[in-house]
Design a protein around this ligand. Structure first.
Ligand SMILES: [Zn+2]
Length: 369
């Protein structure tokens, strides 16, 4: 058993995690040296470090999308765990060498954007390598020659695990490495590793694990590394009920990573089958953040049976992320779910700031929206 609270890195929390915050709170506690693998467009150094001396080499990077910080928090929880005396930590340290890049896109992290400061999505730059951050990761990949890669991301709140009313709290993908999406040996290994993590997660969050679609895109880093024959796992931290700060999801990502590393360290990958991977339901986009069920109560222009689907937009204000509601869809919205349901459109029940556009919009004639 792992008591998560012992390893949680309490100095970082919430959604806005920058390199400055990591440099202040996390890097000073490291028991190993860091290297600089490159600089961001804005000139911020990008650090990496290794832990463990084992034969299995695992390269992991987080926050290649600047506004996806949950896995960065989980990575530091993992560092605390691996540096501890826990029995599983010892096994991992002896069998594995981890190369960790906690934040690949510090400019995007600072601005809270997916893209880097040239407005380029680094996960669509694997072929061009047009950005310094992309070059830094590729150079590290070539020098380190990993046996496995963990590509660490966040996903939006709209994803359900299949067509169920369960959010995809964690999703995975073993990316394709060609257009035919063949199950190559490296893809197969990544699938089995995902099977191992899923079997743990199903005990903790039953039905809340999803699988990303595997359309091949060689501009994506995961697809490219898989093409270069290195098993690569895409992790996506998603929504857990009432956890917009993603502090609970962070724990599931931590536990999943430990399970993956333990599986690699103990040579147990072949205990799992690719069927275990394909049994994970595919992500679907069935969730709104808020569903207003009978808006006609406050605005007669809405028709009988019509609903309003609201999604939050994440907006950086100062050093905090605000969740600003926006009307995403109006209609019967059959088969959709929501993280919060307003049953009779009682506007006073809406717990967000009423100056927000989506709320004001409810009162406006539909033609003026
Ligand atoms: Zn991402």
């Amino acid at each position: 058993m792992i008591d998560y609270s012992e390893y949680r890195e309490d100095s970082i929390y919430g959604r806005y995690i920058t390199m400055e915050i990591l440099q202040e709170n996390c890097f000073p506690k490291l028991k190993v040296d860091t290297i600089i693998i490159g600089n961001s467009v804005q000139g911020i150094p990008i650090p990496a470090f290794t832990i463990g001396q084992g034969k299995h080499k695992i390269l992991m990077w987080s926050q290649m999308h600047g506004n996806e910080s949950t896995t960065t928090k989980a990575v530091w929880d993992l560092v605390n765990f691996i540096q501890s005396r826990h029995e599983i930590a010892k096994i991992i340290k002896e069998a594995c060498t981890l190369m960790i890049v906690p934040m690949l896109n510090p400019d995007g992290a600072k601005a809270y954007t997916r893209v880097n400061s040239n407005q380029i999505d680094l996960n669509r730059d694997a072929k061009n390598l047009s950005q310094p951050e992309s070059v830094a990761l590729r150079t590290l990949f070539q020098k380190f020659e990993p046996d496995f890669c963990f590509n660490l991301h966040d996903q939006r709140t709209l994803f359900s695990a299949g067509s169920t009313n369960k959010p995809a709290t964690v999703s995975f993908l073993s990316p394709a490495s060609n257009d035919q999406r063949d199950i190559t040996p490296s893809r197969e290994k990544a699938m089995k590793l995902i099977g191992a993590m899923n079997s743990l997660l199903q005990k903790l969050i039953p039905g809340q694990v999803g699988r990303y679609d595997d359309g091949f895109n060689d501009n994506c880093v995961g697809d490219t590394f898989q093409m270069l024959k290195v098993p690569t796992v895409l992790f996506e931290a998603g929504h857990y009920p009432n956890d917009y700060e993603r502090e609970k999801t962070r724990e599931f990502i931590f536990l999943a990573m430990v399970e993956a590393l333990r599986t690699i360290a103990t040579d147990k990958i072949s205990d799992f089958t690719i069927n275990a991977y394909f049994e994970i339901p595919e992500n679907e986009k069935l969730f709104f953040d808020v569903l207003v069920k009978n808006p006609r109560v406050i605005n007669k222009e809405y028709k009988e049976g019509e609903k309003i689907g609201v999604r939050y937009k994440e907006v950086l204000e100062g050093s905090k992320i605000n969740f600003v509601p926006e009307i995403a869809e109006v209609g019967e919205l059959e088969g959709f779910y929501a993280h919060k349901i307003i049953e009779d459109a009682d506007i006073l029940d809406l717990d967000f700031n009423t100056s927000h556009k989506a709320v004001m919009d409810l009162f406006l004639p539909i033609s003026e929206k």
